[in-house]
Design a protein around this ligand. Structure first.
Ligand code: JAH
Length: 260
């Protein structure tokens, strides 16, 4: 699959994609990344990509024509075939980017990422955009970091990119629950010991412990995820137990407060 990134900071994208899992995937030809410097699609002497907002107000807005030209060039290189191609705009106004969205985009032949800067892009650019994507409720200085997040999460679903397919399938959010705690050697650091069950060699007990820890953390930190997670019989039982324990703790706190 190919990622096309339209940006005024090509060096920022280049540097971020040089290393790690994605960098190796590019080297191995598993994914292809084309970085398009938006200024190369300007026609004026100053290579202008922004202008003042109509109606007044602070800040600048990205001009539409350089973006249209960049998209035309990307489409032309594909022989004008728009099917199997998704044009994404990273913006806080977008639909939340999720693990499910990452998996969905990984089936596309081309994913084009438009990186906004300044106060945003001219509204007419949206006519060429398939989906607006938000990676979270905060304002960045531009869409580049969000685009890099999307590329990383999508690339991991391309066969061969992550060494072990098992680890992609079992990854925290693929399963809809938070991850369980991990430990490595040594078995004791200062007074902190690795949980005994992990040293036991009892793989039935280890699986059960990990499930329980995943569920306990999810219940504690992200109970919203439990609404949509698919749980097996054992997990449903463990979760019911954990909720009982949680209710017990709440009751204890309330009794403490009322002096009982
Ligand atoms: C900021 C253009 N969802 C995170 C996110 C994505 C993009 C932007 N901010 C936050 C952004 C300024 C200009 C895009």
């Amino acid at each position: 699959m190919t990622f096309d990134i339209v940006t005024i900071f090509p060096a920022m994208i280049e540097a971020a994609l040089a290393d790690g899992v994605v960098g190796r995937a590019i080297e191995r030809g598993l994914i292809d990344v084309a970085i398009h410097d938006l200024r190369n699609f300007t026609v004026d002497r100053h290579r202008t990509v922004d202008d003042v907002p109509y109606g007044g107000g602070p800040g600048m807005v990205m001009k539409p024509e350089p973006i249209f030209k960049a998209l035309d060039a990307i489409e032309a290189r594909r022989g004008g075939r728009r099917e199997q191609m998704s044009v994404l705009l990273t913006t806080p106004q977008g639909t939340p980017f999720t693990q499910a969205a990452a998996e969905r985009y990984s089936a596309r032949q081309n994913v084009v990422l438009l990186c906004g800067r300044y106060e945003g892009v001219d509204e007419r650019v949206r006519s060429r955009v398939d989906e607006e994507v938000s990676i979270g409720d905060y304002v960045l200085s531009g869409g580049e970091l969000a685009a890099l997040v999307v590329i990383d999460a999508v690339a991991r679903y391309v066969p061969g990119v992550v060494g072990d397919d098992q680890s992609v399938a079992e990854d925290s959010f693929s399963r809809g629950l938070l991850d369980f705690p991990h430990y490595t050697r040594p078995a004791v650091v200062g007074s902190a010991r690795v949980p005994e069950v992990l040293l036991s060699g009892n793989h039935v007990e280890i699986r059960r412990w990990r499930k329980r820890e995943s569920l306990a953390r999810t219940l504690e930190r992200r109970p919203d995820l439990l609404e949509t997670a698919t749980l097996d019989d054992e997990e449903r039982r463990l979760l019911a137990e954990l909720k009982e324990l949680q209710n017990g703790r709440i009751a204890e706190l309330q009794n403490g407060k009322t002096g009982k």
